[in-house]
Design a protein around this ligand. Sequence first.
Ligand SMILES: [Zn+2]
Ligand SMILES: [Zn+2]
Ligand SMILES: [Zn+2]
Ligand SMILES: [Zn+2]
Length: 498
Amino acid sequence: MICPKRTSELLDLHLAPFKDKDPAWEVGVSKIAGRGLMATRGIKRGEIILKDMPLLIGLSALEEDSLNACSVCLRELPDTRFMCRVGCGLPVCNLCSKKKQHKTDCDLLKSWGPNEPEVANSVIIRLLCVARALNLNKDQRDLIYCLQANLDNNHRVEVRNAAKLFKNFPTDKKVFEIMNRTVAVLRTNGFDKTTDRTNDNQEFNYRALYPLFAVMNHDCIPNSYYTFEEKTNVMIVRAAVDIPEGFEITTTYTKLFTGNIARHLFLKMKKGFTCKCSRCSDPTEKGAYISGLYCRDMNCSGLVVPEITGLPHPNYNCLECKQKSTHAQMMKSQDFASGAINAKANSNSLRTLVQYLNEKSDNFIPNSNYMVIDAKLSVLQRLGQGREDCSEELAANTRLRYSRDVIQVMDQLGLGDSLVRTQMQELLRREEERRAKRLAEEAEKQRKLAELQAKAAEADQLLAALEEAARVEQEAAAPASTAPAPAPTSAPAATETA
Ligand SMILES: [Zn+2]
Ligand SMILES: [Zn+2]
Ligand SMILES: [Zn+2]
Ligand SMILES: [Zn+2]
């Protein structure tokens, strides 16, 4: 373990642009593993704990069809003529081609002599993040060496493969050593488009190393969460819950909703350690039953959970009938369920998937299982892009129901704030607002209807009164009209008399 004091000094240099006079954290000896970040005072939920900026950043370039992005500003470029005209083999935009950063990258790669500089090659573009370590100053490079690195057999493959794409790739052992070490540190602590290292489902399309963040230890119920500033790629870490003074500030290297066994495997294989947090030590995962499956006994409706935690292939126990099952037996049920859910998810009909999750899937996989939660999150994401073949009502009901479900699981797990929670709360708030508005509109319609009805009734009454009055008048006039008319002969008679 490198001493916390030296790490702090190097971090201070790295963080100079954000120099916080009274930081809420310090590097200290961790109870979880080696070094960690400790709270130097009480930190309130939602408070910004720290900001970090990438020491190294570059394009992930993992997909061959997404190579048309600028290697400096990382922005997407028009599909043609995006390669550097000077022949370094990097994509770069017009503006950035004149910047100092590209000059440095360009000189380095040109000196290696790329075989096909006019063709965008994912291996070269991806290597840039690593190669930039060669141009860091000594303190910055020392900081890289200060960070955890999983020096397994695979970490040398990347540079070895890249070397074949240049005519004069350096043969200096030291250069290889620095790049291989950087690859190992990136793999252990870095961000990469493909890794599962996200507690927030926020898209991060680059490959980057945030040194201060890299010092933070993992907990499956982290007490902090992070976001990125879009323009600068500055990382902002906030408290997910209240953190008392002296407590370790933790983050998560896995997704929030994977079950115990999947998390265990990921952390073991990719990060090289076994998590012993409170969630990992509890087969029920705080009663959230995220890895829960149904009992194989058809007459039992009990939930089955791993017998003990921390094993890749544990036996399972039914919480009701106590029947034991092997890992292989339970994986069969899980695979069946995931196959069925995936088939619906890929069916191109969002409505089919939603109906399946609402009516059918609970027959063979509990709603608490993370596969169901994942499917619901993906439905919400798809609904965010348009409601496909769902009616407006189904979409609204689904948003309301699924965001509540996800929040409930987070509460059960004891998870504090995160980007997922913010997103769910926002969905819920908007949906409830929309619902309240609809109810208000409905009430207003009813009120107007009642008003109209009252007016109609009034008009009816008036009409009836008028009719009545007319009738009375008519009746009053009736005797006069039936009385014998004056004798038409009276006048001639008068004349006669005259
Ligand atoms: Zn650019
Ligand atoms: Zn260039
Ligand atoms: Zn854990
Ligand atoms: Zn049972």
